[in-house]
Design a protein. Structure first.
Length: 211
């Protein structure tokens, strides 16, 4: 898993939840992005890290944020003749993690998922949600709230700040009811996931940060 586990730990964490070892060995990140399922496990991580995708065709090369590439349920901005040539993932200093819930613990399509990235240098927080909208959703209100309320010197936040973060994450979701879950459960679950990630983030001081 190295060097991914060190450079983009949330991507490593998400990748470990994909399918079975056979799927993980055969599948690619470009295939995960090309499928563009709202439940694709790599996608909230790419969205939270503000990754860029490079598209190559006989006509030339173009690049765009992954967030713009994912336009809907299994719909991307790719044009006929284009290939995903590269996915550029920024290396961010700070805690990052991925969590998902499904109907069982392995080989499971996410009923709700979330990726949290704390950027200790910019003092910003990014939260991306999966399986709770037509495509991956970022949560500007929740991100702003936690970024402003976090004590960046100690990497701590009071319980009421995390509770509000959970509410804002749930409010950012746009889930549907389908054969896997109800919209209400998804809305609830994604808030729980976001709050859990924030608790994990605030329990881990950033390496190199004075505490
Ligand atoms: C049993 C099973 C379990 C699975 N479990 C999970 C799971 O838990 N989580 C999850 O996220 N996914 C899961 N998947 C879905 C899938 O395997 C993964 O999303 C994987 O990352 C797909 O990668 P691939 O390289 O096999 O893509 P492919 O299946 O080869 O391609 C998928 C799509 O992307 C396009 N594509 C692939 N590469 C490129 C490229 N370079 N440029 C442009 N388009 C491209 C293809 O044309 C196709 O439309 C599962 C699949 C199976 C069969």
């Amino acid at each position: 898993m190295e060097p991914i586990a060190t450079l983009a730990p949330a991507l490593a964490e998400a990748s470990r939840t994909v399918g079975s070892p056979q799927i993980r060995n055969a599948g690619t990140l470009a295939g995960n992005l090309g499928t563009c399922s709202p439940a694709g496990d790599g996608l909230p991580v790419l969205a939270a890290l503000d990754a860029q995708v490079t598209l190559l065709s006989a006509g030339g090369v173009r690049s765009m944020p992954v967030l713009d590439f994912m336009v809907g349920v299994k719909r991307t901005a790719i044009q006929p003749g284009e290939l995903i040539a590269e996915i550029v993932i920024p290396v961010v200093r700070g805690w990052q993690g991925y969590a998902k819930v499904g109907v069982r613990n392995a080989m499971v399509i996410a009923v709700a998922s979330a990726c949290l990235v704390v950027d200790a240098d910019r003092r910003t927080v990014a939260l991306a949600l999966g399986s709770v909208g037509p495509t991956i959703l970022r949560c500007p209100d929740a991100e702003r709230w936690l970024g402003e309320q976090l004590d960046w010197a100690t990497m701590t936040a009071p319980a009421e700040v995390l509770a509000r973060f959970r509410t804002l994450a749930s409010e950012a979701s746009r889930p549907i009811t389908d054969h896997r879950s109800t919209a209400d459960y998804r809305r609830h679950a994604v808030g729980v996931l976001a709050a859990r990630l924030a608790r994990r983030a605030t329990a881990h001081p950033v390496a190199g940060t004075a505490v």
